[in-house]
Unconditional design. Structure first.
Length: 408
């Protein structure tokens, strides 16, 4: 028996005394998918216009060495990161990670051909894919106005991009035997006071109607809200209320909540049940907001723990889809991809290791003192020993991966 397994046996007994079956937890923990974003590996450069600056109110700051110099290095680095992430992993890619095979086509014209390598890669690695249209970082367009652009020609370009992307999502879903979530986020918004906030929202509604017109069997669309971005400090048409209403009224998409896209004191996890109460699904971008930035590497913090606790409390694994989203160029990018994804799953483990039925019972009985006492005692239980064993049985390095980390 390895040390890790022996430690696990001790932890297992301790959790059993608290009414938690750790073997069942480990089984479930391995199954719940986390959709790992592909863009931390290269600061969201992609392969289309890799040298261009990012637009659309987002920014990767930092200058760590190790940016992949070409496609091969990119995939090699992504593979290294995936090897460090235990549990069922999906990969979320952006349309700019396409391969045009030398063709001169715009984002409005892309199709499955530009992504065959990704499907091959996914099959080889045994992962599923999720997708994101890229309504930003385009040298010919100002990303502050895409699906809400008053210019019909420009707006149509982006509508066509949205349509093309969900067909690619449908292709991924068909090829890989699981629905692909295609997440639509636009950086549209305004730096300063807006007098007419309604017109952009009416235009956005119309654009989405056009994008989502055709039903697709293997694709689920999601719309990601945001409260503000760089250059869109005063107004963002694609707010949480807007997409929530759009999803509820049309049934054409689900809502994506990015943990960094709300007011600093709002907690994302506490919102889920309002959607679950109506039978709605949600997509998540697990991220970490710090001051103005919504995209620091995920860590084990209260906000992420609450997100996972809310999923576990209602067994909402099939209704709330977990994905990560951050880009920090100041760190070793392979490690950053692994750290955030591991921490997201560690938070899921911490949530699963709570005696949820007992806590709910105490709550029903109005025994709030015992509820609080139990919640607090659970926080110092040996979850790390369960995590180490999880990594071992998943064939993924535990803490020892840190030893091999050379780059700053
Ligand atoms: C931006 C959104 C969006 C992007 C990715 C790259 O604020 O969070 O999800 O981070 O599409
Ligand atoms: Zn996001």
């Amino acid at each position: 028996m390895s040390n890790v397994e022996r430690n696990y046996q001790i932890a297992k007994e301790m959790y059993a005394e608290m009414g938690v079956d750790t073997d069942a937890v480990l089984k479930k923990l391995a199954e719940v998918p986390i959709s790992v974003h592909c863009w931390q590996i290269d600061d969201l450069h992609g392969f289309e216009f890799p040298a261009e600056a990012m637009t659309g109110g987002i920014q990767a700051t930092g200058n760590a060495p190790g940016l992949p110099k070409d496609r091969d290095e990119y995939f090699a680095n992504l593979s290294k990161a995936l090897k460090l992430i235990p549990g069922t992993t999906r990969v979320a890619i952006h349309s700019t990670y396409m391969n045009k095979h030398g063709k001169n086509i715009g984002r409005n014209e892309i199709g499955p051909e530009e992504f065959v390598e990704w499907v091959d890669y996914a099959k080889e690695k045994g992962v599923k894919l999720d997708f994101n249209p890229t309504y930003f970082s385009h040298p010919d367009f100002d990303a502050s106005s895409t699906l809400t652009n008053p210019d019909e020609g420009i707006r149509n370009y982006w509508i066509q991009h949205g349509i093309a992307c969900r067909k690619i999502g449908d292709y991924f879903g068909r090829e890989l035997g699981t629905k692909c979530i295609t997440n639509h986020w636009i950086g549209d918004g305004s730096k300063d006071t807006v007098v007419d906030k309604l017109t952009p929202r009416l235009i956005l509604k119309d654009s989405l109607d056009k994008i989502f017109a055709e039903p697709l069997e293997h694709n689920v669309d999601a719309c990601e809200s945001k409260v503000f971005g760089i250059g869109s400090e005063s107004y963002v048409p694609g707010s949480n209320e807007f997409y929530t209403e759009y999803a509820a009224h049309t049934g054409k998409c689900i809502v994506t909540m990015d943990a960094g896209h709300f007011h600093p004191t709002e907690s994302v996890g506490s919102k889920f049940t309002s959607y679950l109460a109506f039978g709605d699904e949600l997509m998540l971008h697990v991220s970490r907001p710090v001051r103005w930035d919504s995209d620091h590497v995920v860590i084990i913090d209260d906000a992420t723990r609450e997100i996972m606790e809310e999923i576990v409390s209602y067994d909402a694994y099939d209704r709330i889809h977990i994905g990560t989203d951050y880009f920090d160029a100041s760190l070793n990018r392979i490690a950053a991809t692994a750290i955030g994804s591991r921490s997201a799953r560690k938070c899921l483990l911490l949530a699963m290791l709570r005696p949820v039925d007992e806590l709910k019972k105490l709550e029903r009985e109005g025994n709030y003192t015992k509820r609080l006492a139990l919640l607090e005692e659970m926080k110092t239980m040996p979850a790390g020993l369960v995590w180490d064993y999880f990594c071992e049985i998943q064939g993924v390095p535990g803490k020892e991966w840190i030893r091999d980390l050379s780059t700053k």
